[in-house]
Design a protein around this ligand. Structure first.
Ligand SMILES: Nc1nc2c(ncn2[C@@H]2O[C@H](COP(=O)(O)OP(=O)(O)OP(=O)(O)O)[C@@H](O)[C@H]2O)c(=O)[nH]1
Length: 196
């Protein structure tokens, strides 16, 4: 099924302090930049468009997908990326994923999208059974100004999700696929486990 009303945004604008400030999305994993793994994983969303939201290395990222620059200067946190993506999305729905998760669930978009349609909600966010995964979420485009205002005030994404009444959706059956990579050791361990 093609989700013509969905844009996917990859949040790739972090400071990556645990990676000595290198750009995490461009960091090689098994010979390919991490962002390529993420793009492959979200291809199952069959979205109208997939964007990368970054606040540096825009040209390097543009080799992979259209790039949206964070509107707010500096490393403001993921909500700045969500706000910029909502402003750029030309579709009724936006799904976000972080650039540091190489294998998000193949049915992530299908489940979030269906849940938001069937039991109407402005925002639905994944829960892996142990904790909320706030960067794996779907939003109605009407939340654009709310996200911008909250980001400008420096809110965290979870605080904003609570105030807009985001609903959680259970992905406990996919918990392992929310694994993210933050440190050189985590990159190395993941590569060792998945090397053929
Ligand atoms: N667009 C955008 N994405 C962000 C921003 N801050 C964090 N992200 C993304 O959100 C996800 C989670 O970020 P964190 O793990 O909290 O921070 P990080 O910068 O990746 O890494 P650390 O500095 O080591 O914590 C990553 O995919 C980041 O790229 C931001 O200001 N703008």
């Amino acid at each position: 099924m093609t989700r013509a009303s969905l844009t996917v945004a990859i949040l790739a604008g972090g400071a990556a302090t645990r990676l000595q400030g290198r750009d995490k999305g461009l960091e090689p994993l098994l010979g390919r930049p991490l962002v390529e793994w993420v793009l492959e994983a979200v291809a199952t969303a069959q979205a109208a468009r997939t964007l990368i939201v970054a606040n540096r290395n825009h040209q390097a990222y543009s080799a992979f997908a259209p790039v949206v620059a964070d509107d707010l200067a500096g490393f403001r946190g993921p909500l700045a990326g969500v706000a910029a993506a909502l402003a750029a999305a030309a579709t009724p729905w936006l799904m976000t994923v972080p650039v540091d998760c190489p294998r998000s669930p193949a049915d992530l978009a299908a489940r979030l999208y269906t849940a938001a349609q069937e039991n109407p909600a402005d925002a639905v966010v994944a829960h892996d059974g142990a904790r909320r995964q706030p960067l794996f979420a779907i939003y109605r485009r009407e939340l654009t100004s709310s996200a911008a205002a909250a980001a400008a005030q420096g809110w965290g994404v979870q605080h904003w999700q609570t105030t807009i009444g985001a609903r959680e959706l259970d992905f406990a059956d996919r918990r392992a696929q929310f694994r993210n990579l933050n440190t050189p050791e985590e990159f190395a361990a993941y590569a060792a486990e998945h090397a053929r």
